[in-house]
Design a protein. Structure first.
Length: 142
């Protein structure tokens, strides 16, 4: 079995996790990723660092507006005058119809639930990451 890990995965370190009606301690933290890599090594698997394949594979399975949301959501969240915290975390869940006006409406569309939030460190443009192409003027970011 081929195993892959990139050190930038350790930047994912959520502080909040909402599940089954309660705020809980997040499970998807850097220590868990490190334990998984150690387990792969202990089983004799080589762990490879994936190469940057560009945007084409991502665009083959995700719409450009969704990828643009992932890229821009944290900055849009932090630009809101009120302090909404450091993590993009929707408190509404509207799928359709949703005009996607503003980052909260976008989060309501793209984040599945309260356990799926977008952490500030992921808002940083990691080395080698390419900018998501814009869907174009007048096109809703869906």
């Amino acid at each position: 079995m081929r195993s892959f890990f990139h050190p930038e995965q350790l930047l994912h370190h959520p502080r909040s996790y909402y599940s089954r009606g309660q705020m809980r301690i997040p499970q998807e933290v850097p220590e868990r990723a490190q334990r998984l890599v150690q387990a792969a090594h202990s089983l004799g698997f080589a762990v490879e660092q994936p190469r940057d394949a560009g945007m084409a594979p991502l665009l083959a399975v995700h719409g450009a507006p969704y990828l643009a949301f992932l890229q821009d959501a944290h900055q849009g969240w932090k630009d809101i005058p009120e302090d909404w915290g450091d993590e993009v975390m929707s408190n509404i869940f509207v799928r359709e119809p949703n005009a996607l006006r503003g980052v909260l409406a976008q989060a309501a569309c793209y984040l599945a639930d309260g356990s799926c939030r977008w952490v500030s460190r992921l808002g940083v443009q990691p080395t080698g990451r390419r900018k998501v192409p814009s869907p174009g003027p007048g096109v809703a970011r869906r």
